[in-house]
Design a binder for this molecule. Structure first.
Ligand SMILES: [Zn+2]
Ligand SMILES: [Zn+2]
Length: 389
């Protein structure tokens, strides 16, 4: 019970690797430097095959175990991209690119998986094949989907797939996980109301889109309070309104944008359908035209039950039973790993980042003490899932 011995001698080097990524954050699919660093490190570690450019800038490493009697294959996934945030950590290794920052710890995720890959390539003490997956564009770009569409699971048909995210304010050395829906679907909506513009003193000659927006703002909230089973969870947030540019002119059009989050695909379908009806009909009631553009980004992230137990078992071996919590709270934040979980059974676990600012905060930083725990989790998981007979 503790981190694995091999990690101790690697931690300094891995910390250096993590801080180099932190200094050089890249956004979405533009993770070319990061992907190159990862690919170089995998080759240097003697990983059997390194494939670059999977899903534009994703990297896949293939590591064969000593035994291959099992014929089994498991996928381990990390994300590589940063966020458009101005860093305020004041760290000596802070971002060197103003406006870009590793504020979600993906620098740490990449490093922990790389650490595990290096060890697995050296020891080979498992029976089967391990695929290490480094994806671009987790933060809103659906990089996981891009990798899947580029044949990720047809070229490497994994039996199981796992991911890990750090969790601020969970103590270092602790893990948390839960099965079922753990994170929300993420959708974007844009409502356009087209009325008739005119003089502010002659409203009878216009169709003013503003009161329609007022009616809609109130009405959409009844979708969660009146149309949804109260035991279900969802949120509809309308976050921007744009209309008009003069104090004495009634504008012709108005647009609103917002997001819908749910924990069940059926609820998601219901909200999309009802929104469509509401926008069109409420606008029509006032004599205007209302249209809804509804864009589905990420599906609900659903941890599979069996793989959740298996992930917890690996974490328990690393951290001790008392340090693995099986009651990870659900959130309506989204996670791109959901696309992979819709293809292959698997689970995402959270690892404690210790006291820290929240994810996406300008003072957030990945805690380097977590590297040993995360890398140990990965190698333990492989040893347990692909045991040598
Ligand atoms: Zn994030
Ligand atoms: Zn993240």
């Amino acid at each position: 019970m503790a981190v694995e011995n091999w990690v101790a001698k690697e931690v300094a080097e891995l910390t250096e690797f993590r801080r180099d990524l932190h200094m050089n954050p890249e956004l979405l699919y533009d993770v070319t430097r990061t992907a190159q660093k990862v690919a170089e490190a995998l080759r240097a570690a003697g990983v059997d095959e390194v494939h670059e450019g999977v899903g534009q800038t994703g990297v896949v490493g293939v590591i064969q175990g000593q035994g291959n009697g099992s014929g089994r294959m498991i996928g381990l996934r990390a994300d590589m991209d940063a966020l458009p945030i101005i860093e305020e950590t004041g760290a000596p290794y802070a971002s060197q690119t103003p406006g870009k920052m590793h504020a979600c710890g993906h620098d740490g995720h990449t490093t922990m998986l790389l650490g595990a890959a290096r060890h697995l390539a050296e020891s080979r003490a498992f029976d089967g094949t391990v695929i290490v997956i480094f994806q671009p564009a987790e933060e809103g770009g659906a990089g996981a989907r891009a990798m899947i569409e580029d044949g990720l699971f047809t070229r490497w048909p994994c039996d199981e797939v796992y991911a890990m995210h750090n969790r601020p304010n969970l103590p270092v050395g602790q893990f948390t996980i839960n099965s079922g829906p753990i994170m929300g679907s993420v959708d974007e909506l844009k409502i356009t109301i087209t009325g008739r513009g005119g003089h502010a003193a002659r409203p009878e000659q216009t169709i003013d889109p503003l009161p329609i927006a007022g009616a809609l703002l109130q009405a959409v909230q009844t979708l969660t309070s009146r149309n949804m089973d109260p035991i279900d969870s969802a949120v509809i947030s309308l976050c921007t309104i744009q209309a008009g540019n003069a104090f004495n002119v009634i504008p012709q059009d108005l647009t609103m944008t917002g997001t819908v989050r749910t924990l069940r695909e059926e609820v998601r379908d219901m909200i999309e359908m009802r929104l469509e009806t509401m926008v069109g009909n409420i606008a029509a009631a006032y004599g205007a035209v209302g249209t809804l553009e509804y864009t589905r980004h990420y599906p609900v992230t659903v941890n599979h039950e069996r793989e959740t137990e298996l992930a917890a078992m690996a974490a328990q071996e690393v951290a001790g039973i008392e340090n693995v919590h099986l009651d990870m709270p659900q959130t309506l934040g989204g996670e791109d790993f959901s696309f992979m979980l819709n293809e292959v059974p698997g689970a995402m676990i959270n690892v404690g980042n210790g006291p820290s600012a929240g994810l996406h905060h300008p003072r957030y930083d990945f805690n380097d003490e977590v590297i040993a725990w995360g890398s140990s989790y990965w190698t333990t998981l492989v040893r347990q899932r692909l045991p040598l007979t």
